[in-house]
Design a protein around this ligand. Structure first.
Ligand SMILES: [Zn+2]
Length: 492
């Protein structure tokens, strides 16, 4: 059996002015052919799971292209077209394939297109014809569309946020695809999109409304007639018609059951919609609370400046407050500011510099902050993920500097990446356990690795493009009415 394999992943924040261009993909992942197997084998990723499942079943993978970039603004049309063309050309020259495995995101918005994944899946469907099954893994934050549902045979969304089940979903997609190829199942899908745009802050699956929905989904999956159930929380910072929560149920050739279960999940999501509303402490209150707490480390989550949600990653407001109150034994991980890194490199380790850090990308993450400090560490930014997410996968932060501002250690990076792994602090010689205050730029993902080590976690309402206060955004194209932008929205 031969399965075609390709990956393209981007979570696009349409409010961001940072284009996701070729350079952003090259800084993260842009691999071709056999190199894909080398990079992703034995990693906690969907492609890692697909490789593992194929090996166990003695199946030949035909790897094409794997492209991903840190979430940012729209994917530029040149890199999108290049990856898509490569995928289709490889598919055309692959000879006979029995099935297709795609690892996509679900919230990719290329320039001039609303639904990147729908466009890709439709193109691949045209390439292979109506009879070759296509199985797709999608991020928990995918904004489900009818094109994705109609042109793929099977979709598999992550069931966790923090996303710790990616490899598992990759394995599942592969095994279910084999079932279809070998005639053991006939997937029949239903989907629902209640008018609901959940903010990120309460989308976590450890507790709250998404836990409730996945408990119900897990129960539904135990029915032998059900192949899989995905509840996509959706990605709210995409001003496109399809943004928001999506329910996807696929049964073995039972349309009535698929519709019934999808409808039930949509109703429950709608009934509990208010539980998605999120509140966090102001910067001032959060910093005061952290410094008044006993024990360490106290983790301050800069939820609204999460590069994993497409924020700039150079927000300064928490750092500004730490400096203002004279905090000690603190680390800020991490601020995206390549120019500041360059200044630190020029000064060298031990050099004393005065410079403006952060606040340079736009006017929505605080103003640049002038600080004077000592360059403590310089690094090429290479580390390996060691937490529950993406374990084993190499990470690249680009040239990296630690600037020590009176014992507030500011980690400055050149490539954008969310602070989801304590390794991003340890690899520059800082022990997060020994710090009083650890600032992480992340909304939920940091919890997988930081919750077990944090004395206390404080969620902070600083400014930024991944804020859970959706009234701060000007939506123009999303379908209306939609909750919570329209509190009076109804679902009939
Ligand atoms: Zn996600």
């Amino acid at each position: 059996m031969r399965l075609f394999l390709a990956m393209m992943s981007h979570e696009t924040n349409t409010f961001s002015n940072v284009p996701a261009d070729r350079r952003q993909f090259e800084a993260r992942h842009l691999h071709y052919g056999g190199e894909i197997l080398e990079v992703f084998r034995d990693t906690g990723t969907c492609v890692g799971g697909m490789i593992d499942a194929a090996k166990r079943r003695d199946i030949t993978l035909v790897p094409s292209v794997a492209a991903s970039a840190s979430p940012a603004g729209r994917v530029t049309s040149d890199i999108y077209a290049a990856v898509k063309e490569r995928m289709l050309a490889d598919l055309a020259s692959a000879g006979r394939v029995d099935g297709v495995l795609l690892d996509l995101h679900g919230a990719m918005v290329p320039e001039g297109l609303d639904d990147g994944e729908g466009d890709l899946i439709t193109a691949v469907r045209k390439g292979v014809g109506p009879h070759v099954p296509i199985a797709v893994t999608l991020d928990f934050h995918g904004n489900l569309s009818s094109a994705m549902v109609n042109d793929a045979t099977l979709l598999h969304g992550y069931k966790t946020y923090p996303h710790v089940d990616m490899a598992e979903r990759g394995v599942e997609a592969t095994l279910r695809l084999i079932d279809v190829i070998e005639g053991r199942s006939r997937p029949t899908a239903a989907f629902r999109k209640p008018p609901l745009l959940p903010p990120l802050g309460n989308q976590g699956t450890a507790r709250g409304p998404m836990r409730r929905l996945y408990d119900l989904a897990d129960e539904m999956e135990r029915d032998r007639r059900v192949i899989s159930v995905s509840v996509f929380a959706g990605f709210p910072f995409a001003d496109i018609p399809d943004a928001g929560l999506g329910i996807y149920v696929v049964t073995d050739n039972d349309q009535v059951l698929a519709d019934e279960l999808a409808e039930r999940l949509a109703r429950v999501a709608w009934e509990h919609r208010r539980e998605f509303l999120h509140e966090a402490l102001s910067v001032k209150d959060a910093v005061a609370k952290a410094l008044a707490s006993e024990g360490r480390p106290i983790v301050l989550a800069d939820m609204a400046d999460n590069t994993g949600g497409g924020s700039a990653g150079d927000g300064t407001e928490i750092l500004r407050e730490l400096v203002r109150v004279g905090a000690r034994s603190a680390v800020v991980a991490c601020i995206w500011d390549a120019a500041a890194v360059d200044a630190c490199i020029a000064a060298g380790v031990g050099g004393r510099v005065t410079l403006d850090v952060g606040g340079k990308v736009d006017d929505r993450h605080g103003a640049p902050l002038r600080v004077t400090g000592t360059v403590r560490t310089l690094s090429d930014g290479r580390f390996v993920h060691k937490g529950p997410m993406m374990r084993g996968l190499p990470g690249r932060l680009g040239p990296t500097a630690v600037l020590d501002v009176d014992d507030i250690k500011v980690i400055l990076i050149s490539y954008r990446w969310q602070t989801l792994d304590p390794e991003m602090i340890r690899f520059v010689g800082i022990d997060p356990m020994a710090e009083k205050v650890v600032v992480v730029k992340s909304t939920i993902h940091y919890r997988a690795a930081f919750e077990p080590i944090a004395k206390e976690i404080i969620e902070v309402d600083a400014p930024g493009l991944s804020s859970s206060n959706l009234t701060r955004f000007r939506f123009e194209r999303i379908r209306r009415p939609i909750f919570p932008l329209d509190l009076e929205a109804t679902f009939s």
